[in-house]
Ligand binder design. Structure first.
Ligand code: SF4
Length: 391
């Protein structure tokens, strides 16, 4: 096995895949979180022909192809290069962590189109040699505001459009601190000042570990902020300028992606936008696309019970798991129709799928689930869900 593939404890990339129970995981980071429908269609084909057909929607608005083998990587890299989805090296791709509001440039409720700012930041992160020292998980948000604003998501540095200016935020232990505002044409320069100050200071960990080293460098560059950004939320179904589609547990199958791409093309859409909510958006308001996504097994209704359950891939896809998390999560969703709480089914104590607190957490352990102090057999989940004791 390739030495690079053997390393663990980092996020996978296209050039540095991560081994898992079902083969290699390859993460694709499209620029500005958007894939042209052509790119999305070819990725679906690559997932089917080179992987096992499973595609993950990640919480950082990227895509992961699963089940690849090391022998097929050169073929995959060739195709990704042809699609302009391959970086020059693994360090560069790890640095390009920018999440963009999914309806940027589409939703008239947003203050302005932030995609040019996100694209310029992306280019700066690739070309700035000093920033090569940024930790791999260091991330940015560039957001247009509006109902689908992602300003409530966690990132080290945030730029959010508010009227004609942008709010500037740095992550702290208690969440985002909105330090001030700036003109949009100053946004990249100030974000890079903050990133460089981080590298020159701590240079490791995350912004929230020691924001005081960075704040003095940016405060003098900011104007007073009159109103903090308002976080938006996931919306699904027929929206004014798009169709919002979620995948159960963030797992999309190649055939499902092919189908929505074909329907999106027929409806005249240009691209597919990824979000951190395990959902994506196709920028056209079209009922045929909506019904096609629904009949393909995707979620277009915000009230779908599966959306209240987080479940990691579990066994057999992840070697750390002894339980079929997603199979059991689907059973729980059917059993818990009248239950309004959020559930997390995790294959092991690492809890990759969800770091938030949930109303019920089940953690796989030697073929059973630990719930608080108790161990429950998967077969007994049917009776367990009726019990009032949840941890
Ligand atoms: S929580 Fe455990 S079992 Fe689930 S994906 Fe993460 S490491 Fe694997």
């Amino acid at each position: 096995m390739n030495a690079a593939v053997d390393v663990k404890g980092w996020c996978p990339g296209a050039l540095r895949p991560m081994p898992s129970g079902d083969g290699l995981i390859v993460r694709i980071r499209p620029s500005c979180g958007a894939l042209s429908l052509e790119q999305a269609d070819v990725l679906a084909e690559l997932a089917r022909s080179l992987g096992n057909g499973h595609i993950d929607l990640t919480r950082r608005a990227n895509l992961q192809l699963r089940g690849l083998s090391e022998e097929r990587l050169p073929e995959l890299h060739h195709e990704l290069g042809r699609l302009a989805l391959l970086d020059g090296d693994a360090a560069t791709e790890a640095r390009r962590n920018i999440m963009v509001s999914p309806l940027a440039g589409l939703d008239r409720a947003e203050s302005f189109d932030v995609r040019p700012i996100a694209a310029a930041l992306d280019r700066a992160l690739v070309s700035d040699k000093f920033l090569q020292a940024l930790p791999a998980k260091f991330g940015f948000i560039v957001d247009g505001g509006g109902p689908l604003s992602i300003s409530g998501e966690r990132a080290d540095i945030a730029l959010v459009a508010t009227g004609e200016t942008m709010a500037f935020g740095l992550d702290t232990p208690s969440g985002m601190a909105w330090l001030g505002s700036l003109a949009p044409d100053r946004a990249i320069a100030v974000a890079l000042v903050a990133a460089r100050a981080f590298v020159a200071g701590a240079g490791a960990g995350r912004m929230r570990d020691d924001v005081s080293r960075v704040e003095p460098a940016v405060r003098p560059l900011l104007r007073p902020l009159h109103a903090e950004p308002t976080a938006g939320s996931r919306r699904l179904g027929l929206l004014p300028t798009a169709v919002g589609i979620a995948a159960p547990f963030g797992r999309l199958e190649a055939a499902q992606l092919h189908r929505v791409v074909r329907l999106g093309r027929q409806a005249g859409a240009a691209d597919l936008r990824l979000s951190p909510w395990r959902s994506f958006y196709i920028g056209v308001r079209d009922a045929t696309l909506l019904e096609g996504a629904r009949s393909a097994g995707l979620i277009v209704d915000e009230h779908e019970p599966l959306l209240r359950i987080e479940a990691c891939p579990g066994a057999p896809a992840c070697r750390a798991s002894t339980v079929d998390t997603r199979g059991d999560a689907r059973r729980l969703a059917a059993l818990a129709q009248a239950w309004s709480g959020r559930i997390h089914v995790s294959g092991c104590a690492k809890k990759c799928a969800c770091s938030d607190r949930t109303d019920l957490t089940l953690i796989g352990e030697a073929g059973r689930y630990r719930v608080g102090q108790r161990l429950v057999d998967p077969i007994d989940l049917d009776s367990f869900i009726d019990m009032p004791v949840h941890g």
